[in-house]
Design a binder for this molecule. Structure first.
Ligand SMILES: C[S@@+](CC[C@H](N)C(=O)[O-])C[C@H]1O[C@@H](n2cnc3c(N)ncnc32)[C@H](O)[C@@H]1O
Length: 251
């Protein structure tokens, strides 16, 4: 498991320009895909089956630890993933209720908060309290006060029923240990025309430099979402590394 000291050391090394490309790669591999499995809250009440490690023929990835949070706000993210394009494709409107499920330290939540404006709200959901603390600090530093952090469980995002206009899932769905429960709970939280926007690294593209366990094909995504009462309503194919697919209620 990588600890705070290691993260600090890596941060210092990153400041050396000649080391940066190689180190960023090593940091990504170590922080995202290394480490022992960790226990996360599953459900406050009631019994759940054990977390899945496979769903519909796909192996489920481990949760990214909060120790890896600096990677989510790395300098190179703009160039690698073009998040501006992703945000534009969401077509967020002022006053909306938007949920950022698996928000991490708030890379997207902070941007969404500006788009929905003071009359809207961002529900920032994560299973790791440490991630939510980082998000709160970043929001406070930016003077943003329309983000509501929500500590969720692995099986339930704890979102209000029927109220959410848009749920954003960036680089998290493939980590869900209870994918059907999460999909059904998110579906129930959608407003009548609400959408789930899913961004996952493209499995079909070998040039995307991400481990296979953290990538998905469009076909696999459709299979899993269709099996849980969700239908594809729109796609945006203009991102450098990721699929961006929009789902609504099938009926
Ligand atoms: C790879 S990070 C992505 C963070 C953020 N979406 C971004 O793009 O910067 C995945 C995050 O999802 C969270 N996560 C994993 N499973 C979750 C679940 N079932 N519900 C909510 N959050 C979850 C992890 O704790 C982690 O913070």
């Amino acid at each position: 498991m990588i600890g705070r000291d290691e993260v600090a050391m890596i941060r210092n090394l990153i400041h050396s320009p000649s080391m940066r490309p190689a180190l960023l790669f090593i940091v990504a591999v170590a922080l995202l895909w290394g480490g022992a499995p960790q226990a996360y809250p599953q459900q406050a009440e009631g019994k759940l089956p054990p977390p899945r490690d496979e769903y519909q023929g796909r192996s489920i990835a481990q949760t990214m630890s909060y120790h890896g949070a600096p990677w989510l706000i790395r300098e190179t993210r703009d160039e690698e993933e073009n998040p501006r394009k992703l945000i534009d494709a969401l077509q967020v409107k002022r006053g909306q209720t938007v949920a950022d499920v698996g928000c991490g330290n708030g890379f997207y939540s902070l941007q969404l908060a500006k788009l929905v404006g003071p009359e809207g709200r961002v529900l920032a959901v994560d299973i790791q309290p440490e991630m939510l603390e980082l998000l709160k600090q970043r929001a406070a530093d930016a003077g943003i006060n329309n983000i509501e952090p929500i500590l969720s469980t692995q099986a339930d995002p704890n979102l209000p029923a029927g109220e959410v206009d848009l749920i954003l899932l960036v680089d998290v769905y493939h980590e869900f240990a209870y994918p059907e429960r999460m999909l059904q709970a998110m579906r129930a939280s959608l407003a009548p025309d609400g959408r789930i926007a899913l961004a996952e690294y493209r499995m079909e593209d070998p040039a995307v430099p991400i481990k296979l366990l953290h990538k998905m094909t469009k076909q696999q995504i459709r299979k899993e979402y269709n099996a849980n009462g969700l239908k594809l309503v729109r796609e945006y194919d203009g991102l450098p590394w990721q699929h961006l697919m929009f789902f609504g209620r099938a009926e």
